[in-house]
Design a protein around this ligand. Sequence first.
Ligand SMILES: Nc1ncnc2c1ncn2[C@@H]1O[C@H](COP(=O)(O)OP(=O)(O)O)[C@@H](O)[C@H]1O
Ligand SMILES: [Mg+2]
Length: 247
Amino acid sequence: MLEIKDLTVKINDKTVLQDIDMTVGKGELTVIMGPNGSGKTSLALTIMGHPAYKVVKGKILLEGEDITDKPTEERALKGLFLVFQDPVEIPGITLLSLLTAALNRRNNKFDLTEPIEGLREKVLTEAKILGLKEELIERELNVGFSGGEKKRSEVLQAKILRPKYIIMDEPDSGLDVDGVRTIADVIREMIAAGSSVILITHYPRVLQYVDPSKVYVLYHGRIVAEGGRELIEKIDREGYSWLGGNK
Ligand SMILES: Nc1ncnc2c1ncn2[C@@H]1O[C@H](COP(=O)(O)OP(=O)(O)O)[C@@H](O)[C@H]1O
Ligand SMILES: [Mg+2]
């Protein structure tokens, strides 16, 4: 279980999250919705331990352990993973070398470049399922990738690493209908394999294909609504206008 308790977060003295309470059960799909600028990405980055996001109140517990002050690497080793909304370009590192290093690190190997048997084939198989061109796995990570290719490459990493808790920050944005369906397939697969998924999304369309346990709506850094599928339907019908803004 991932628990967020009474969390208040600042960045550059600006409060971006206020009094957040959230519980993510094991093997559950938790959905976070909200208009642009409501704090969704801030929450994702805070859970991962981004140093710019200062927790000024509250805590984050992972399977009962307080990880509020733990470095990102430790959180990752404990099973947290983030699919970035805007993946950064990493010149000099290929997708394959990144995955090799991550898996070796997890297995306490000294040499992170040690080749892993069968990994290349596995990555190629997943790339094909996700509609990612074969050559991309040996090109510099995200360098010159299209928006959709970056998203697919992020999801591919998640599929190979099989994190216990995966946060997906708008994995569906910028994807066509087939892309959205593929993302939904991955989410269902992860849940079926026992992972917990936190899906952050702006649009209800990906939610047609998945079955959330809980839905939270963030607005101006606060959770303003909490419930089930009825909230998605409300947002689908009315957008976010009922929150008081015009988004
Ligand atoms: N690095 C930053 N410095 C200052 N303000 C920021 C920074 N990053 C995000 N914010 C602000 O925090 C608020 C929430 O942003 P964000 O978490 O990206 O929202 P969302 O993902 O819901 O669109 C916005 O008002 C945004 O301008
Ligand atoms: Mg965002």
